[in-house]
Design a protein around this ligand. Structure first.
Ligand code: ZN
Length: 163
């Protein structure tokens, strides 16, 4: 699936998630803002990962080829984790006195989990792939984390790119 379609799916689901939670709490604008943050801008960790690997030398083509993952053979993805869902819900509960904070955390949790579910299906990864604890246990190593057919495809792609 081309990246722009993948991103469009994320954006539409994020917007919808934010709209739904926002309407429920009669805070539509806040819902939409945090829906897009949690369900769309969550992907900014791909950019972070790029800088971890390449330092401050940005190359858009490399980025779109996902070279950062191919070169490091590691997948950290700090924002992509189921673990944030219960954490955000707990924070929403503890800080429930402030309705705006509560709505923000509930929306982040909801939009974030929908993002991860759609990533699992679109990418064909395992559910556990999006656990930060699991990735840590596997030392973030791509060959341990990816289904073997997908890992093999990455190796072929590396060869094609000559890296
Ligand atoms: Zn994602």
């Amino acid at each position: 699936m081309p990246l722009y379609i993948h991103l469009t799916i994320h954006f539409v689901i994020a917007l919808l998630a934010g709209y739904l939670i926002g309407s429920f709490f009669k805070e539509k604008r806040r819902g939409i803002i945090f829906g897009i943050l949690g369900g769309f801008f969550i992907d900014l960790d791909h950019v972070l990962e790029y800088f971890f690997v390449f330092g401050p030398h940005f190359n858009l083509l490399y980025f779109f080829e996902s070279r950062q993952f191919l070169i490091s053979e590691k997948i950290i993805l700090v924002f992509h984790a189921w673990e944030y869902v219960p954490l955000f819900l707990l924070l929403a509960y503890l800080l429930r006195k402030w309705k705006n904070v509560k709505v923000a955390f509930i929306t982040l949790a909801f939009a974030g989990s929908l993002h991860l579910v759609s990533d699992v299906f679109i990418n064909g990864y395992y559910f556990r792939y999006y656990s930060l604890i699991y990735r840590y246990q596997q030392e973030f190593l791509a060959p341990n984390l990816l289904p073997s057919a997908i890992y093999q495809k990455n190796l072929d792609y590396k060869e094609e790119l000559g890296i």
